[in-house]
Write a new protein. Structure first.
Length: 450
């Protein structure tokens, strides 16, 4: 018969590992972590590319230098992670048109200001719409049309919403962002955490409570416990489950719940948007782009919104690496995931030749992550509609019987970030510990009654 543990944690990303660590520190040692892939880290994942470590998922520690200290920044400091300061705001002054000319900074600054004002206006209108106050609705702001307007709209909405509305990450932790540039990868933080409570040897986790390549397909839950069934036919039993899979996975059919999740839960899960964010890495034999730090981010203005718009050179992080990164989002990400890497390379090279001329060398290597088509991710991170009811995230987070939910998407203040995943892991495990304490109390009361 299957062995029974106190808690099963599904998923070994930052939230799952953090939750397990807090439980272990509080005396819950009989836990099992089931991870679908062959590694820990989830959306924190490095890849050796072009001679260096590049981050396919989370790349930045966002929110540093403010009134409160970002806990992930502290973890990074403790484990000596190498980071570089990033200044996104330069991007708007490095906008190339299709003939390779950089828009004069005055024009770029004006367009940027107009875009910010218009986004703020749009938000206000949505807010009045939301409250049903028809009298106050003003003219809708005009939508972006020219390539530079489209490029700025893309930067603003897909990268810099902090300029439009207060985002807790930057309000609480500060406005600075640091790129992780460490050969051991961002994931080194997770390995350091795992070492504190799992048996490891020479950086390898050997603890049998961590089970890799275990794809959870079904959760049977009742008042007395949870049975977890994996794709390879294994059965695990526990008193409680902490489910840390992404919002995209919750929206998919990967995991069946028996009995099914209640309607309030399903409705909340449907209401959260999934953002797809894809960093495409290109390796060159030589550098042909300006490598100054203030040219780290540059932008391509095309008549199609989001078409290879946002670029970064890696010379600040890894001088001499000759690597460029271009970021695509949402529909463009999905489109690129569906085509071959050769096709993507051709498109990217045509864009670079528009910006830097026909004589630049071809890339010698390309890496295209597939976050959307990865059935253990189904997207990059959660994105709650700006004017959304706080009840939605509460319902996404709320336990259903013995199943507890964690992960970046359950963080009310920091969803979409590594620190959101980390803090949610702490919150969920504390909530579960409290529930376990109450259950023990109830049990001992019943025993005294008998
Ligand atoms: P995950 O890391 O997704 O962990 C969940 C785990 O569950 C995964 O390991 C998965 O394999 C596993 N799993 C899924 N289904 C099953 C199943 N059925 N059975 C068993 N296991 C399963 N954040 C930042 O702070 N800064 C950034 O710069 C940044 N950039 C990002 C860029 C990209 C491209 C992406 C994808 C994300 C980025 N993020 C960034 C967000 C950040 O990576 C996430 O918020 C965070 O890592 C999520 O952690 P998590 O534990 O909630 O989920």
């Amino acid at each position: 018969s299957p062995s029974r543990s106190s808690v099963i944690i599904v998923g070994a990303g930052i939230s799952g590992i953090t939750a397990a660590k807090v439980l272990a520190e509080n005396g819950i040692e009989d836990l099992v972590i089931l991870e679908a892939s062959d590694r820990i880290g989830g959306r924190i994942r490095k890849e050796n590319f072009g001679g260096v470590s590049v981050e396919l998922g989370a790349g930045w520690i966002a929110g540093v230098g403010g009134k409160e200290s970002n806990p992930v920044w502290e973890l990074a400091a403790k484990s000596g992670l190498r980071t570089c300061f990033s200044d996104y705001s330069n991007a708007r002054y490095n906008i190339y048109d299709r003939s390779g000319k950089i828009f004069p900074s005055g024009i770029a600054a004006d367009s940027y200001k107009r875009a910010v004002d218009s986004a703020i206006q749009k938000l206000k209108n949505q807010d009045t719409d939301h409250r049903g106050d028809v009298n106050k609705i003003t003219e809708p702001p005009s939508s972006p049309k020219t390539p530079i307007e489209l490029a700025i709209d893309f930067i603003l909405h897909d990268f810099e919403m902090a300029e439009v509305e207060p985002i807790s990450t930057y309000v609480d932790f500060g406005e600075r962002e640091f790129l992780v540039a460490d050969e051991r990868g961002y994931e080194h933080l997770l390995y350091r955490m795992a070492e504190d409570f799992l048996f490891t040897s020479e950086g390898v986790i050997l603890d049998s409570r961590l089970k890799l390549n275990k794809v959870v397909r079904e959760l049977q839950h009742s008042r007395s416990g949870v049975t977890v069934i994996t794709e390879d036919g294994c059965i695990f039993e526990s008193d409680y489950v902490i489910l840390s899979v992404s919002i995209g996975v919750l929206q998919s059919e990967l995991i069946a719940f028996n009995p099914p999740l209640p309607r309030w839960k399903l409705e909340a899960i449907e209401k959260c948007d999934v953002m797809v964010y894809t960093k495409i890495f290109l390796k060159f034999p030589d550098r042909f782009w300006p490598s100054l730090p203030e040219k780290e981010f540059f932008v391509y203005a095309h008549e199609r919104r989001g078409y290879y718009t946002f670029w970064q050179h890696m010379e600040n992080a890894y001088p001499g690496s000759h690597i460029l990164v271009v970021t695509l989002t949402n529909e463009e990400s999905k489109r690129v995931e569906a085509q071959s890497d050769e096709e993507t390379l051709k498109e990217a090279m045509a864009v670079l030749r528009d910006m830097f001329g026909p004589n630049i060398p071809d890339a010698i290597d390309i890496f295209v992550p597939h976050w959307w088509n990865n059935r253990f991710q189904r997207g990059s991170y959660s994105n709650y509609p700006i004017i959304s009811n706080p009840q939605v995230v509460h319902n996404i987070q709320a336990p259903v019987g013995r199943i507890f939910f964690t992960g970046e998407h359950t963080s009310e203040r920091f969803n979409g970030y590594v620190h959101g995943g980390y803090l949610s892991g702490i919150d969920t495990s504390k909530e579960l510990l409290e529930e376990m304490r109450k259950e023990n109390e109830r049990k001992s009361e019943n025993q005294t009654l008998l």
